[in-house]
Design a protein around this ligand. Structure first.
Ligand code: CMC
Length: 434
C-alpha cells in the first residue's frame, strides 16, 4: 500500500458534510490545497479577491521566498546571475529552462539581434500620438499593433511559431521603447545596431543622433544589463498574471504582452519607479522626510512611501540591495557621487527602516526604490522609467506565456465572484420610473 496522500478536510458546519482536499507539493514554497473540484463537489466558491492565498498556476520559472528575501530564476540566485551572467544568458535561461552553452548563446544572441528592426509602417503609428503622450501609452499601442503585423503567421499551438513570436517581442521591445523616447523629444528614430550587445544597442537607440557619434559607456552598458536582469521575471505578479490571463483566451502573444504593459503601468507595480523619483523630487531635502513619513503612516492620507513594501517580500527585496550597489557604482563612474537624490533616498530608507510603523508591517525598499536614481544618472527621462521595466519584463512575460500554453491543465482563466447586487427584478419602463 502506498503512503496516505496528504489532504485537508473541510467540513460544512451547516450540514456536517466533509470533503477531502488534496495537498499539492512544489519543489519549494508553501504546499498548495487543490480546490479545483471544490465548486463541483460543494456548490461553493472560494473567496480571495486579490489572490493573497491563491496559486493561480503551476510554474517552474521563478521562485521567491519573501520571508528570506530570496529570488531564484530557474533555481539560480539573482545575486549570482547579477554578478556572473548577462541579460542574454538570463533570457535564454528563463525561456528554455537552462543556461545556454557557448554555442547556444552565440546563436541566441545572433537571432535576437537580427530581429531588432521594426516594420517601417509601424514607425508611422507614432505620428498618431501627441508628442507629450506618456511613453507607456505609446508602448501599449505599438506593441499591441505588432499583432496586426504578425497575426496571420502565428499559430500558438505550434512551438516554433511561439518561439518566433517570443523572439520578436524580445528583439523589438528596445527599438519600440527607444522610438517612444525619440518621438517625445522630436528626434529621428535611430535604427538598431546589431553588432552591439542588447543593452548597448538599447542605449545607442536612445541616445545616438544622426549627426553625432555616440560611444556607449561600458559602465552604463553593464548597469543597463544588470537592470534588465533584475527586472526580467518575478513569478506571478500583476502584469505577468495579466499576460497569462489574456493568453489563456488564445489571443495572439503581442496582444497579451500589450495587456501586460498596461498592467505594469500602475504605480503599485512598475509605475512605482517613476513615482519614487517624483516623490524624492517633492520631498526635496532631508529635513522634510519626517513630514512625508508622517503622511505615509496616516490611514486617512492616500500617500504611500513609493518604492517601499511588497506583497511577497517581507524582508529586504534582494533586487533593491543590488540596485543600491549599482547606483553607487554608476554615480561613481559618472563622477556624480554627490547626487543629492541618492543621499536623500538613503536617509529616507534609514528613517523608514527604524520606524515602528514600517518595522511592524515589514515594509522594506523594493526594486523600484533605487532604479530611478540610476536611470536619472543615465539621463533617461522620468516618464521612460516604467518603459525600461517593460523592456526588461518582456522576457518574463513571454517565458510565462509559453509555459502556460504548454501546461496540459491550461483552460481559459475565468474567476468567479461573490455577488452582492440586487436580486432578480422586473424591468421598469421609463414613464413609470420615479
Ligand atoms: N507606504 C506606507 N504604508 C504602506 C506601504 C507604503 N509604501 N505599503 C504598504 N503599506 C501599509 C498599508 O497601508 C497596510 O497598512 P495597514 O495594515 O495598517 O492597513 C500594510 O502596509 C499592508 O499593505 P497592503 O496594501 O495590504 O499590501 P499589498 O501587499 O496589498 O501591497 C504594494 C503591496 C507593493 C502595492 C504596497 O506595499 C505599495 O503600495 N507600495 C508602494 C508602491 C510600490 O513601491 N510598488 C512597487 C512594488 S515592487 C515592484 C513591482 O512589483 O512592480
Amino acid at each position: 500500500m502506498g503512503a496516505r496522500k496528504e489532504s485537508f478536510t473541510i467540513t460544512d458546519n451547516r450540514t456536517g458534510k466533509s470533503w477531502e482536499l488534496p495537498v499539492l507539493k512544489g519543489t519549494m514554497g508553501p504546499d498548495v490545497v487543490d480546490v479545483r473540484k471544490f465548486y463541483a463537489d460543494t456548490g461553493c466558491f472560494t473567496y480571495d479577491p486579490s489572490f493573497t492565498s491563491t496559486a493561480a498556476c503551476e510554474s517552474s520559472i521563478t521562485f521567491i521566498d519573501g520571508d528570506a528575501g530570496l529570488l531564484l530564476y530557474r533555481g539560480y540566485p539573482i545575486e549570482q546571475l547579477a554578478e556572473q551572467s548577462d541579460f542574454m544568458d538570463v533570457c535564454y535561461l528563463l525561456l528554455y529552462g537552462e543556461l545556454p552553452t557557448p554555442v547556444q548563446k552565440l546563436k541566441f544572441e545572433d537571432d535576437i539581434m537580427h530581429h531588432t528592426m521594426m516594420h517601417e509602417k509601424l514607425r508611422r503609428f507614432y505620428d498618431g500620438f501627441q508628442m507629450n503622450a506618456h511613453p507607456m501609452a505609446i508602448m501599449c499601442g505599438i506593441v499591441g499593433a505588432l499583432g496586426a503585423f504578425y497575426h496571420d503567421r502565428i499559430d500558438i499551438t505550434d512551438p516554433t511559431y511561439r518561439m518566433i513570436a517570443s523572439y520578436r517581442v524580445l528583439s523589438k521591445m528596445p527599438t519600440i521603447a527607444a522610438a517612444a523616447y525619440k518621438y517625445s523629444v522630436g528626434q529621428p528614430f535611430i535604427y538598431p545596431r546589431n553588432d552591439l550587445s542588447y543593452s548597448a544597442n538599447f542605449l545607442h537607440m536612445l541616445f545616438a543622433t544622426p549627426c553625432e557619434d555616440y560611444e556607449v559607456n561600458p559602465v552604463l552598458e553593464r548597469a543597463m544589463d544588470l537592470i534588465l536582469i533584475l527586472h526580467a521575471d518575478h513569478e506571478q505578479n500583476a502584469s505577468t498574471s495579466t499576460v497569462r490571463m489574456a493568453g489563456s483566451t488564445g489571443t495572439n502573444p503581442f496582444a497579451a504582452v500589450a495587456a501586460g504593459i498596461a498592467a505594469l503601468w500602475g504605480p503599485a507595480h512598475g509605475g512605482a519607479n517613476e513615482a519614487v523619483l517624483r516623490m524624492l523630487d517633492e520631498i526635496g531635502t532631508k529635513d522634510r522626510i519626517p513630514e512625508f513619513i508622517k503622511r505615509a503612516k496616516d490611514p486617512d492620507d492616500p500617500f504611500r512611501l513609493m518604492g517601499f513594501g511588497h506583497r511577497v517580500y517581507k524582508n529586504y527585496d534582494p533586487r533593491a540591495r543590488i540596485m543600491q550597489r549599482t547606483c553607487n557604482e554608476v554615480l561613481d563612474a559618472l563622477n556624480a557621487k554627490d547626487e543629492p537624490l541618492l543621499e536623500l533616498a538613503m536617509e529616507l530608507e534609514k528613517i523608514a527602516l527604524e520606524d515602528e510603523y514600517f518595522v511592524k508591517r515589514k515594509l522594506y525598499p523594493n526594486v523600484d526604490f533605487y532604479s530611478g536614481i540610476i536611470f536619472r544618472a543615465m539621463k533617461i527621462p522620468v516618464s521612460m522609467f516604467t518603459v525600461m521595466f517593460a523592456v526588461a519584463r518582456s522576457i518574463g512575460w513571454v517565458a510565462q506565456w509559453n509555459e502556460m500554453i504548454t501546461d496540459p491543465g491550461m483552460r481559459i482563466a475565468r474567476p468567479r465572484q461573490l455577488f452582492t447586487g440586487p436580486l432578480k427584478r422586473d424591468f421598469v419602463p421609463l414613464d413609470r420610473r420615479r
